[in-house]
Design a protein around this ligand. Structure first.
Ligand code: DOR
Ligand code: ZN
Length: 447
C-alpha cells in the first residue's frame, strides 16, 4: 500500500466567518470598539478590532453584549394554564428581555421527577423555543437521581413548600439526596427556606405579614442544613433575601443568586398579593443592603425567578393567592437602567447576568470570545422606555414593575440569527435544549 495512505487526512477546513457584527462592547473594564466574526454554525469564530471578508452589520455606538443566562424560570409546561404561560411565550419574553438561555424549573404538574417527564418537556420545546433552554429535574426519592442525572440539565431541591411542591424532603433524607446529586456531577439549585423556622400566626394580609410568616431565619437554617452535602457538590442557592447569607455562602464557596424583585422591591404595609413571593420581599433596610452587595459584586448571579400566575389567582385574598411574580422580560432591562443611572457598573452586571450563570451551567456562552455561541444583544442606552404590562409579552398580563423605567435590547441574535429586531420578536424558534458541557455522556459542542 502506498505510504501516503497512512498519513493523517488533511484537517477539515475550519468553518469560516460568514458575518461580521461591529459595535462597542465591555472589554478590559471599559467600552471598546469591536468586530465579531460569526461562522455558519452560529459560533463566534473571531474577535478583533477590525475584520474583513464577510458581510458586516455595524451597530455604531450601541453596546453589544453577550445574551444573558437566566438560571431560574418557571415556564409552567406541562400542566400550567397556557393563558398564563407556555414555553413558546416564555422564551419570546426572554428573547425580548435579552436572555439567550433560560433554565426551566421542575415544579411542573406533575413535577419533573422521572426521565419520561423530562423527555416530554424536551419534546414540547422542540421547534417552539425562541431561545435555548436547560431543563431542571427534581428528585422526590434518592433512587430516582442516577437516571435523572443522565437526562437532566440540572437538579432543583425545594426545602420549603411552594407552588406545586407540597412536601419538601424529610430533613433526615437530605444528606442522601445531596450525595446522590453530587454523584451525577450536575449542578444543584436549592430553594433555601426551612419550614421549621416558620412561626405560626394570624392569616397574612400584606407583604409585611408574609415576611414575618416566612422570616429570614428560615433562609439561615436552610443554608445550615445544606452544610450536610459533600464538598464536591456543585451547589447554588436560589433567591437569597438575607444580606447575612452573603458572607456565609461566599465562605463556603457556594454559588448564589438574587432576583430583581428582592433587589428592587420591599415590604410595605398594605401591599397585596401581587407582591407575594417565596421567599418573601424583605424590609427596606434589608433590600437596600442586598442591592448594595449586588452593586459591589458580592452576589455572583442575577436570576429572575420568573413565576407567573393569572390575575384572577393573584387578586384573591392575600392568604389564598399563590406566590410568584413574572420577570424574565424585565430582569435585564431593569438592571441596564441602573447602569444608565450610574448605580451599577456594567462589568458587575455582565459577570452576574451572563458570565457566571453560563459557567455555572456549563454553557459556552456569556462571553464575547471565540468558541462561544453567537448569542448577542445590542443595547442603546439612550432608548429608555417605561415598563407597561400591555407592552410586555407575558400572557398573564401583569408585572410588579409597572411604570418603572428600563432599557430593552433593540436586537438579539441567537446563533447569529436575529430573534429580535427593533425590539420586536422576529424569526423562527431556533432555541435548543442543552445540558452542561461537563455532564456525563455529553460531548462538548465543537468550538
Ligand atoms: O414565589 C415563588 N413562586 N416561589 C417559588 O418557589 C415558586 C414560584 C412558582 O413556581 O410560582
Ligand atoms: Zn423559583
Amino acid at each position: 500500500m502506498p505510504a501516503h495512505r497512512f498519513r493523517n487526512p488533511a484537517p477539515a477546513a475550519p468553518p469560516s466567518v460568514v458575518q461580521i457584527v461591529a459595535g462597542r462592547t465591555w472589554l478590559h473594564g471599559r467600552l471598546e470598539s469591536i468586530e465579531i466574526g460569526i461562522d455558519e454554525d452560529g459560533w463566534i469564530r473571531r474577535v478583533a478590532k477590525s475584520l474583513t471578508g464577510a458581510p458586516r452589520r455595524d451597530f455604531g455606538e450601541a453596546v453589544i453584549l453577550p445574551s444573558a443566562v437566566d438560571l431560574h424560570v418557571h415556564f409552567r409546561e406541562p400542566g400550567g394554564d397556557p393563558r398564563v404561560e407556555s414555553v413558546a411565550d416564555g422564551t419570546i419574553e426572554a428573547a425580548l428581555g435579552g436572555i439567550g438561555l433560560a433554565a426551566d424549573m421542575p415544579n411542573t404538574r406533575p413535577p419533573t421527577d422521572r426521565v419520561d417527564r423530562l423527555t416530554e418537556r424536551a419534546d414540547r420545546a422542540r421547534g417552539r423555543a425562541a431561545i435555548d433552554l436547560l431543563l431542571y429535574a427534581t428528585p422526590t426519592r434518592p433512587d430516582q437521581i442516577p437516571a435523572l442525572g443522565r437526562a437532566a440539565g440540572a437538579f432543583k431541591l425545594f426545602l420549603g413548600p411552594t407552588t406545586g411542591i407540597g412536601s419538601p424532603p424529610d430533613p433526615l433524607e437530605l444528606p442522601g439526596l445531596l450525595r446522590a446529586v453530587a454523584d451525577t456531577g450536575l449542578p444543584l439549585t436549592v430553594h433555601a427556606e426551612d419550614p421549621e423556622a416558620f412561626p405560626p400566626g394570624p392569616e397574612p394580609a400584606d407583604t409585611v405579614d408574609w415576611d414575618r410568616r416566612r422570616p429570614k431565619a428560615a433562609e439561615a437554617r436552610a443554608i445550615d442544613r445544606l452544610g450536610s452535602g459533600p464538598a464536591r457538590l456543585r451547589l447554588h442557592v436560589a433567591h437569597i433575601t438575607d444580606p447575612e447569607s452573603i458572607p456565609r455562602l461566599a465562605a463556603q464557596g457556594v454559588s448564589f443568586e438574587a432576583t430583581p424583585h428582592h433587589l428592587l422591591l420591599e415590604t410595605n404595609p398594605g401591599d397585596g398579593p401581587r407582591r407575594k413571593v417565596n421567599p418573601p420581599l424583605r424590609s427596606p433596610a434589608d433590600r437596600a443592603a442586598l442591592f448594595r452587595a449586588f452593586r459591589e459584586g458580592r452576589i455572583p448571579v442575577l436570576a429572575s425567578d420568573h413565576a407567573p400566575h393569572s390575575i384572577a389567582e393573584k387578586d384573591r385574598p392575600f392568604a389564598l393567592a399563590p406566590s410568584g411574580v413574572p420577570g424574565v422580560e424585565t430582569m435585564l432591562p431593569l438592571l441596564l437602567e441602573e447602569v444608565r443611572r450610574g448605580e451599577l457598573d456594567l462589568g458587575v452586571l455582565v459577570r452576574a447576568a451572563m458570565e457566571r450563570p453560563a459557567r455555572w451551567l456549563g454553557q459556552p456562552m456569556g462571553r464575547i470570545a471565540p468558541g462561544h455561541r453567537a448569542h448577542l444583544i445590542v443595547v442603546d442606552f439612550r432608548d429608555r422606555r417605561t415598563i407597561a404590562s400591555r407592552r410586555l409579552h407575558a400572557p398573564c398580563g401583569w408585572t410588579p414593575f409597572e411604570g418603572w423605567p428600563a432599557i430593552f435590547p433593540g436586537t438579539h441574535l441567537l446563533y447569529g440569527v436575529p430573534i429580535v429586531e427593533d425590539s420586536e420578536h422576529v424569526g423562527r424558534a431556533v432555541g435548543r435544549v442543552h445540558r452542561p458541557e461537563f455532564a456525563p455522556g455529553v460531548r462538548p459542542p465543537s468550538s
